[in-house]
Design a protein around this ligand. Structure first.
Ligand code: UD1
Ligand code: UDP
Length: 372
């Protein structure tokens, strides 16, 4: 008779590790209840390593899958074959995956093929548009179809799952574990100086952009809008840690390198990034995680996407969907820079995505499951 669950946590990319680190750290506190195994696909190599350092985690196995400019099919087949081998070797009772990446979707499929139970952290996010975000909307729907346990962060996400026919007893609304990660990092932020020297008195706009559906013209528009903003406002500095995906990096450096008041940086570790987020006047992003973090620091977020699966920030009035049209981006940024009321309205409130207790709820849920 078994006395504890054998749980395998799988992560591949920067955001997966940020959002699974609190779950791993929580489960590690209860070795009498859980036998834990961490598997890194390393779909991201350097950006994953940055986060492993910050959270002081070490995977039990690292598949080192990333290749430069990888395609979705190449990545998917590598993850499927290699993760599947580890399942055969380790035979976990439960596999935990997070979000909507290729690592998450393919690992969930591989677990399903071996009839291993799948638990999905950050379940139920939907836009209803299979190409926005691409391929993430389909990735998370596939996971939603085959997962055994679903941990939606919000009521809206939980409702999405109910509408798709997931039985109530398999759903636990937990809050987003990213808020747990922020709480964990918070004490480490003080005393850190920003990675870039900012001129006192200037307003800083923090930018990130990496989504596949924004490759090509949208990315070009984003770059041109950033140039317009930097030329229009000499009291504004733009700080942009650039995602290493070659489709992003080449365009961004070609357009924005060596320009006044635009600072292009390498991807930052989590502490350095949050230090800058705290200093920002506003945030311009197409990221999922950044939308969830900004309300903790009361920062207005302009979302350079056509739709978001995170409507809570928009409903609370602290974020706004602005698309990727050059003029529109410039106009929306200008409104926040020039209109105090708009700025103030978007810089308040609490974080609608979680309360920092998500990983505890997840741990208690696993503890309540009956052992075979
Ligand atoms: C992936 C996820 C996306 C998530 C994003 C977070 C998929 C299909 N996409 O997109 O959902 O929002 O991560 O950042 O799962 N690279 C490096 N070093 C790194 C990481 C990436 O050089 O540490 C470069 C490589 O050339 C790599 C490329 O970026 O081939 C693309 O990486 P990949 O994970 O396939 O896609 P992302 O665009 O990062
Ligand atoms: N982030 C970071 N360093 C950076 C840029 C982002 O640590 O230079 C963090 C950010 O705080 C958030 C996560 O990375 O938690 C978001 O990752 P990304 O935007 O790549 O993925 P998404 O959330 O869109 O899937």
């Amino acid at each position: 008779m078994k006395t504890k669950q054998k749980i395998m946590v799988i992560y591949g990319t920067r955001p997966e590790l940020i959002k699974l680190a609190p779950v791993i750290l929580e489960l590690q506190k209860y070795p009498e209840d859980f036998e834990l195994f961490q598997l890194a696909t390393a779909q991201h190599r350097d950006m994953l390593d940055q986060m492993l350092d910050i959270f002081q985690l070490k995977p039990d196995r690292d598949l080192n899958i990333m290749v430069p400019n990888q395609t979705l099919d190449q990545l998917s087949s590598n993850v499927m074959l290699k993760v599947s081998e580890i399942f055969t070797e380790i035979a976990p009772d439960i596999v935990i995956i997070q979000g909507d990446t290729t690592t998450a979707m393919v690992s969930a499929m591989a677990a399903f093929y071996k009839k291993i139970a799948v638990a999905h952290v950050e379940a139920g996010l939907r836009t209803g548009d299979i190409y926005n975000p691409f391929p993430e909307e389909i990735n998370r729907k596939v996971v939603g179809t085959l997962a055994n346990y679903h941990f939606p962060p919000t009521m809206t996400a939980a409702e999405n799952l109910k509408k798709e026919g997931i039985p109530l007893e398999r759903i636990l609304m937990t809050g987003n574990t990213v808020v747990d990660a922020l709480k964990f990092i918070e004490p480490k932020l003080d005393g850190y100086t920003p990675r870039v020297q900012l001129e006192p008195g200037k307003k800083m706009i923090l930018v990130t952009a990496h989504r596949r559906e924004n490759f090509g013209d949208p990315m070009e528009n984003i770059c041109k809008a950033i140039i317009d903003i930097s030329e229009r406002y000499d009291d504004v500095e733009i700080v942009y840690p650039v995602h290493p995906n070659p489709n992003v990096r080449e365009k961004v450096f070609n357009h924005l390198a060596n320009r006044d008041r635009i600072h292009l940086l390498q991807p930052l570790n989590y502490i350095d990034f949050l230090v800058l987020m705290r200093k920002a006047y506003l945030i311009l992003t197409d990221s999922g995680g950044v939308q969830e973090e900004a309300p903790t620091y009361n920062k207005p977020v302009l979302v350079m996407r056509l739709v978001t699966e995170r409507p809570e920030g928009v409903e609370a009035g602290v974020s706004k969907i602005i698309g990727t049209n050059q003029k529109n981006i410039v106009n929306e940024v200008s409104r926040i820079l020039e209109d105090e009321d708009t700025f103030r309205r978007m810089s308040r409130g609490t974080n609608p995505y979680g309360d920092g207790q998500a990983s505890q709820r997840i741990r208690k849920f696993f503890k309540s499951l009956e052992l075979d």
